[in-house]
Design a protein around this ligand. Structure first.
Ligand code: DGL
Length: 269
C-alpha cells in the first residue's frame, strides 16, 4: 500500500490527484484531525506527531509513505529519514513535498522572485528558501505565514466572509514585500481547498503553483524509476481512510474534500 499522511484534510487534495493518475495502486490515508493544526507547534512536537502517524501507516501495511503536508515535510522529514527509518523501519521509505515543489517552481520564475504562503512552522523552518536557493542562488524567496487559514479550513468555514478578508491581508502583506514576485507557492496542502479565494487577491500576472498535480506526477515518475518499491505496493485498487478523530464534522469534511462518501476509521496514535 501507498501511505499518505497529513495533519488533517489538506493532503486529500494530493491523494485525489495521485489516484486520478495511478488508480490501480492500493492507498491508505491518515489525517491527524484531532491534533490539527500542526503549523503553530514547535519542530519537536511536529516531529513527534508525524513519526507516530508514519509508524501507524507502516503498521497498517504501507511500504512507502508520502508526507502530503508541507509542515511535516519541513519540520520532520529529514529527521525521519536520518534517524527514525534506520532505527525502526529500515526497509521502508518516506517522501515529502518540499523538494519536488522547489524543483518545479525554480523553472517557472522569470523575475527570480518567488512568493510563498505557508504555516508558521514551515516559514520558520526556512526550508523553502534553503531548497530553492540551493537550486538557483539568484532567486529571492518571500515568505508569508498564514496561521489562521488551516483552523478555518478544518472548521469547514470555506464560505465565511471573514475568510476573504484574512486572505486579502496575508496576500497583501506578501506582495508589499515585493511586487516582482511572479510565482506563488501555496505551501500548505490545505490552501488548495481555498485556491479560488486566494486567486481573487493575487495579481493576474502571477503564476500560482499547483502542488497537487506536480507531486502526483513526481510520485509516478519515482515509482517508474524504482520498480523494486512499486512492485511491493499492491495493485488491487483498495482505499482506506483513517483519522484520529471520529466526529460528524470530520466525516462531513472528508466527504466534501475528497468528493465521495467516506467513513474514516478512527485510530489513536
Ligand atoms: N496540510 C498542512 C501543510 O501542508 C497543514 C499544516 C497544519 O496542520 O497547520 O502544511
Amino acid at each position: 500500500m501507498l501511505g499518505f499522511f497529513d495533519s488533517g484534510l489538506g493532503g486529500l487534495t494530493i491523494l485525489k490527484e495521485v489516484i486520478r493518475l495511478m488508480p490501480d495502486y492500493s492507498y491508505i490515508y491518515l489525517g491527524d484531525n484531532a491534533r490539527t493544526p500542526y503549523g503553530s507547534h514547535s519542530q519537536d512536537i511536529i516531529y513527534k506527531f508525524t513519526s507516530q502517524g508514519v509508524a501507524r501507516l507502516f503498521d497498517e501495511g504501507a511500504k512507502l509513505v508520502v508526507l502530503v503536508c508541507n509542515t511535516s515535510s519541513a519540520a520532520a522529514l529529514r529527521r525521519l529519514q536520518m534517524e527514525f527509518l534506520p532505527e525502526h523501519y529500515p526497509d521502508k521509505k518516506v517522501l515529502g513535498v518540499i523538494i519536488p515543489t522547489a524543483e518545479e517552481t525554480v523553472k517557472m520564475t522569470n523575475s527570480k522572485e518567488i512568493g510563498i504562503l505557508a504555516t508558521e512552522a514551515t516559514v520558520h523552518s526556512f526550508v523553502y528558501p534553503r531548497e530553492i536557493t540551493k537550486l538557483d542562488g539568484e532567486i529571492k524567496v518571500h515568505q508569508q505565514a498564514c496561521p489562521l487559514l488551516v483552523p478555518i479550513i478544518e472548521a469547514g468555514e470555506l464560505e465565511w466572509e471573514g475568510l476573504d478578508l484574512i486572505v486579502k491581508k496575508y496576500v497583501g502583506q506578501l506582495f508589499e514585500r515585493s511586487s516582482a514576485i511572479d510565482v506563488l507557492i501555496l505551501g500548505c496542502t490545505h490552501y488548495e481547498l481555498i485556491s479560488d479565494v486566494i486567486k481573487k487577491h493575487v495579481p493576474d500576472s502571477v503564476k500560482i503553483f499547483n502542488q497537487a498535480r506536480v507531486i502526483a506526477e513526481k510520485l509516478e515518475n519515482y515509482l517508474e524509476c524504482h520498480p523494486e518499491i512499486s512492485e511491493q505496493l499492491g495493485k488491487d485498487g483498495k482505499r482506506d481512510f483513517l483519522s484520529t478523530e471520529d466526529s460528524w464534522r470530520v466525516k462531513d469534511l472528508f466527504r466534501k474534500f475528497y468528493g465521495e462518501k467516506i467513513n474514516p476509521r478512527k485510530v489513536s496514535l
